[in-house]
Design a protein around this ligand. Structure first.
Ligand SMILES: NC(=O)c1ccc[n+]([C@@H]2O[C@H](COP(=O)([O-])OP(=O)(O)OC[C@H]3O[C@@H](n4cnc5c(N)ncnc54)[C@H](OP(=O)(O)O)[C@@H]3O)[C@@H](O)[C@H]2O)c1
Length: 409
């Protein structure tokens, strides 16, 4: 070695797509793409498709910069605006749910699934059906249809690479050849903005306070989920599917510094952890390069400056979402579909100031207790995606009904 710094190698040239490109994860993904292109030239990563829900301006700006073959906007009424914004570029535009699915179906070597909520299930499913590599950020797809999605991937050979920082950490340290030697899988949680708040304080918490996450910068829905710890509950269910773990193998630890993202304990007492900065570009880059590594523009951790790391048990009294999600996971897949749908309605109602912060988990719990609109329980496992969509719709209707009866002012 002559001490010269060598240029880190690019990931293999890839054709990639990003579903949910205008969101927090989508933008972080494009930041990694831009960084790789700056290091290795534009050909190292070619963009096949980009999608958004309604944000035409940002989607068009991304398309002009990254030159995908195809862009899709979910809201059909915005289709003409998108076509106008990209006229003369030669980029093919589509609008509506079918266009988002087309973006997912287009052949790509790696596809980021970063649409928010159960709305991402159809497109995630399309990538799985074509046997693609799925960088999965869209945790709600795994929560509402985890068994079906895992079975589809097994059938088609699709590969799921976890993007959620905790699951990505576990993916990095979980030895699939030694799966039987795993005793425990630990997901860490920052504790969110209300980690040390009293119930009284949380009762009057505003959307702006809930979204103001102390460590991570994320979209509104996941930020509220982080504040209630429902995010960690959803992640337990996500981990169960991704790592084929039993509920009693999965644990959550509050770790306010968010430096250790996930840990795996083996039967000999060894615990392996992944550490990294609280920057989603790290797990995104790890899935983009997998099984290789690429350089990122992220700041490296300064452990000496950090000086200490704290870990504590979650407080289940102040944050009942975690226990609710755990009980739901044990109840079965249908209950998980209902939990996710009810939570999406409850978070939206909170963001629109229709309910208070503590009402979010109370409403989800009410939906699970009330059962389906026809009186049957949220029991069993859905056997098809059609059943998942039907159950998701029923849980949303039940949540809206309870919202109207119990919370309309
Ligand atoms: N943010 C994070 O750091 C983070 C970390 C781990 C996991 N995740 C997960 O990653 C996913 C995305 O999170 P995010 O924070 O990036 O969300 P976000 O900032 O709200 O962005 C969501 C993206 O999905 C699009 N979208 C929303 N509704 C849609 C619909 N009905 N049909 C098609 N597209 C739709 C949005 O388009 P518009 O911009 O047009 O609305 C946007 O591109 C979530 O499942 C979240 O749990 C996020």
């Amino acid at each position: 070695m002559d001490g010269a710094i060598t240029m880190p190698p690019p990931c293999d040239a890839k054709r990639i797509s990003i579903l949910g490109a205008t969101g927090s994860v989508g933008r972080s993904t494009l930041s990694i793409v831009a960084d790789q292109r700056a290091r290795h030239g534009d050909d190292c990563l070619q963009v096949v498709a980009l999608t958004a829900n309604r944000n035409v301006a940002d989607l068009a700006a991304q398309a002009r910069r990254f030159r995908p073959d195809f862009v899709a906007i979910a809201d059909e009424s915005m289709g003409a605006d998108l076509a106008d914004a990209l006229s003369g570029t030669g980029i093919v535009c589509g609008a509506g749910a079918e266009a988002i699915e087309e973006a997912a179906r287009r052949e790509a070597d790696w596809t980021m699934a970063a649409i928010m909520g159960a709305a991402g299930l159809r497109s995630t499913l399309q990538i799985a059906e074509r046997g693609g590599v799925i960088a999965i950020a869209n945790k709600e797809a795994l929560v509402c249809a985890g068994s079906l999605l895992m079975r589809t991937c097994a059938r088609t050979g699709a590969k799921l690479l976890p993007v959620d920082s905790e699951h990505n950490a576990i993916f990095q340290v979980l030895d699939p050849e030694r799966r039987n030697a795993v005793v425990r899988i630990v997901l860490t949680a920052s504790g969110g903005p209300f980690r040390s708040w009293t119930m009284q304080q949380m009762k009057t918490a505003t959307p702006a306070q809930a979204i103001n996450h102390p460590v991570w910068s994320m979209g509104a829905k996941i930020s509220v989920d982080s504040a209630s710890l429902m995010n960690k509950g959803l992640e337990l269910i996500e981990a169960r599917h991704l790592f084929d773990a039993s509920p009693d193998q999965l644990e959550v630890l509050i770790h306010p510094q968010s430096v250790v993202h996930g840990l795996v304990e083996y039967m000999d007492g060894s615990m392996l952890a992944q550490l990294g900065p609280a920057d989603m570009r790290v797990p995104i880059a790890s899935t983009l390069a997998w099984p290789e590594r690429i350089a990122t523009p992220c700041e490296s951790l300064d452990l000496a400056k950090l000086a200490r790391m704290d870990f504590e048990e979650p407080d289940n009294e102040r944050f009942p979402a975690l226990q609710l999600a755990r009980a739901t996971m044990e109840q079965g897949d249908v209950a998980c579909t209902a939990l996710n749908a009810a939570n999406e309605i409850a978070v939206e109602a909170f963001l629109n100031k229709r309910i208070g912060f503590l009402d979010i988990v109370a409403l989800v719990s009410d939906v699970l207790d009330a059962g389906q609109p026809d009186g049957s329980l949220w029991d069993g496992a859905p056997e098809s995606y059609e059943q998942v969509f039907e159950l998701d719709a029923r849980a949303r209707a039940q949540a809206q009904q309870i919202l109207k009866q119990k919370y309309s002012r």
